[in-house]
Design a protein around this ligand. Sequence first.
Ligand code: SAM
Length: 349
Amino acid sequence: MTAGLAQASMSDQPAPRGRHLVDPFGREIEYLRVSVTDRCDFRCVYCMSEHMTFLPKRDLLSLEELDRLCAAFVRRGVKKLRITGGEPLVRKNIMWLFGALGRHLESGDLKELTLTTNGSQLEKYAGDLKAAGVERINVSIDTIDPDKFKAITRWGNLATVLRGLDAADKAGIKIKINTVALKGVNEDEIPDLVRFAHGRGADLTLIETMPLGDIGEDRTAQYLPLSIVRARLMDHFTMQESPYRTGGPARYVRVEETGGRLGFITPLTHNFCESCNRVRLTCTGTLFMCLGQNDAADLRAPLRASTDETLLDAAITEAIARKPKGHDFVIDRGTKTPSLARHMSVTGG
Ligand code: SAM
């Protein structure tokens, strides 16, 4: 492990400005999301089928290799790293990676190291995350009804996640709750989720279901446009448009009654690609330049081919030159098949 760190730090020199990653549409790539495992301890109905086949462990990049890849992006101007999955906190020894990545915060090259989690392991890890420099996290919670929570996640337990939120609060980590709006499942509960999140001092972001991966059921049954959710929320709350941005695709309002922030991520009703500043790395070293397209670049081969960073750097440059303008997700009653065969747990949500 120490060897991995030493090797990575030798090549940690920031790139001159001209080496920054700019795609063919002039968008500067400053945000890397890294899926560190495709495995998860939940089986959310809209995300995975109950019986998933996961990657053999031997196909995964080691944590040292993931660290080296992240360093390569930081050198090229990436300012924000989000660790995701699968469930990132179930990957063995994951705190080593957070600890290692923390050096880019200390050097000032990285502005933010963050995480998207289902919260199941937060009680255990919140203190270590904070110590590594994680200041904000996203926790995915689709319901605060314990029975419904079990039904949606299949394997999850709400009480454990709530203890995780308390642990994150105690550690001084700012929480944003992400909720996927699901027709007939949590649509009546959304005002309560707003009050719950804001009551804890957390932001809440609502997300539309995206047609990613075969989940063994019909997605059109789950799709709930946020335009409808937002219109219904106006019966409960006064919402003021907010200029607040986190560097992501959410658009925010301030809810007057709670004083909290509410975000909307609308990949289907509103195409948010123009300002896309991100790429996604899988745990096997595949770089997806767009969540909603199949084109990808293999970074594992250049990573393993040499300890010198030249090949890897060239592969990253070539990949960014192929970043597409945007996605075109469709949830179509006619086809029923997902727009993309790969699951969100592969690319990282
Ligand atoms: N396990 C972590 C978690 O639960 O947050 C990180 C990975 S999970 C794939 C990331 C986010 O993607 C979660 O908020 C999840 O609800 C969301 N997600 C998964 N499949 C989705 C889909 N088809 N459409 C929209 N969001 C999805």
